[in-house]
Design a protein around this ligand. Structure first.
Ligand SMILES: [Zn+2]
Ligand SMILES: [Zn+2]
Length: 221
């Protein structure tokens, strides 16, 4: 954006000059780190194959990993990234992810698609921008694989299995998926979106879906 170029850059977190997120604030981000649940990526006291957060769930993805905690400073950064379309934050976020997580092994990198209305309004989709930066960094091909379907059916009064089927129906896959797919999104909150998108990819042929997000909501400490 033109204004970004003209105004002196002030850090979105501390307001001091020094870039959209200054080096000090970047260094003090709360990384999710290890040990963590091998499945959903929640921080745990010791390494576990599944945890209290994901233990009772059937998940379509093999693992979900995130770089940083979705805390107050990260909320502010992500808010500016998405609402104001600060494009350069995608490269910054990708650098934080690549610096925190080991490079995955995947045949294809893809992303959770934008809501069509939102995408038109903002002209910028954070998950796609992050995916494209990570694809370049990790040397994996990136392509869109699905669209959101409007008017997902109501969830009330349905069994858990029916709900999951509905959630998966929120995404329509537009191509066949290769064996190992890396699915990128900006935030992991309950995991429902990542799971629904992963489920759609599995139906399109993926054997293993790994999820990577920039930030993650942390419930248990
Ligand atoms: Zn700062
Ligand atoms: Zn877990």
């Amino acid at each position: 954006m033109l204004l970004d170029l003209l105004l002196p850059q002030r850090c979105l977190v501390c307001s001091l000059p020094g870039g959209q997120v200054c080096p000090a604030c970047t260094a003090s981000l709360r990384r999710v780190g290890l040990p963590a649940c091998a499945r959903c990526g929640a921080p745990t006291a010791w390494p576990v194959p599944r945890c209290t957060e994901c233990g009772g769930l059937r998940l379509a993805f093999a693992s979900a990993r995130a770089a940083v905690e979705y805390d107050a400073p990260v909320r502010r950064i992500v808010g500016a990234w998405k609402e104001r379309g600060l494009r350069r934050l995608a490269a910054w976020a990708a650098a934080v992810v690549a610096d925190t997580l080991e490079a995955p092994r995947a045949d294809l990198l893809t992303y959770v698609p934008a809501d069509p209305d939102r995408r038109l309004r903002r002209g910028h989709h954070a998950a796609e921008a992050l995916a494209r930066e990570l694809a370049r960094t990790w040397g994996i091909g990136v392509e869109p694989t699905m669209v959101r379907v409007r008017g997902s059916p109501r969830q009330r009064g349905l069994t858990r299995t029916e709900r999951r089927r509905n959630a998966a129906a929120a995404f329509a896959v537009t191509r066949l998926a290769p064996t190992r797919v890396l699915l990128v999104d900006d935030i992991y909150t309950t995991g429902a979106t990542a799971n629904a998108a992963s489920s759609a990819l599995r139906k399109a042929g993926a054997q293993e879906v790994e999820v990577v997000t920039f930030a993650r909501t942390i419930r248990i400490r």
